[in-house]
Design a protein around this ligand. Structure first.
Ligand code: FES
Length: 164
């Protein structure tokens, strides 16, 4: 598992990115948002206007798409984002207990909490047979308990260099 490295926000790079997509496909707002997030880790406020102009739609249209999809974010991600599946199949095999244990672990360890940020619920990672499922820094893990989750975060930190 490796921690993602993102560029610092750069409107010029973002404009080049979205203009290339907007000129090559129809209805590209979502593709532009995904491309910006892939490059910078999130969709900067300035990207909304930039994408709206490149795609010839209103800012409200872009904002609507941005806020509709839970996977799109408008704030920088934590160093090692952790997302615990909150859907039924995972809840049936301990997802709620895992979430509660993780929240408690983060409450007891401020460094861990800062490193992983607030768990933003995600609804089904497509790994229902191996629940509870967790996405750690973009990598999918199944049959996760809190100790395995802690180890995976530590491993992501070592590989990605998030902590010394
Ligand atoms: S319900 Fe959790 S991965 Fe599908």
């Amino acid at each position: 598992m490796k921690s993602r490295q993102y560029l610092d926000w750069d409107a010029g790079v973002a404009l080049t990115l979205v203009e290339k997509i907007a000129s090559s496909r129809a209805g590209p707002v979502l593709l532009c948002l995904q491309a910006v997030q892939e490059k910078f880790g999130f969709v900067h406020d300035s990207a909304v206007a930039l994408i709206a102009e490149a795609c010839n739609v209103s800012r409200a249209d872009v904002h609507g798409v941005l806020t509709f999809y839970a996977d799109l974010r408008s704030t920088p991600p934590p160093a090692v984002p952790v997302r615990i599946c909150a859907s039924e199949a995972c809840q049936a095999v301990g997802g709620r207990a895992l979430k509660a244990a993780w929240v408690q672990l983060c409450a007891d360890d401020s460094e861990l909490a800062e490193l992983t940020g607030t768990d933003e619920p995600i609804f089904c990672l497509g790994n229902c047979a191996l629940g509870p499922a967790v996405m750690i820094d973009g990598e999918l893990l199944g049959c996760v308990d809190v100790l395995r989750l802690r180890e995976a975060v530590a491993s992501a930190c070592i590989v990605g260099g998030a902590v010394g």
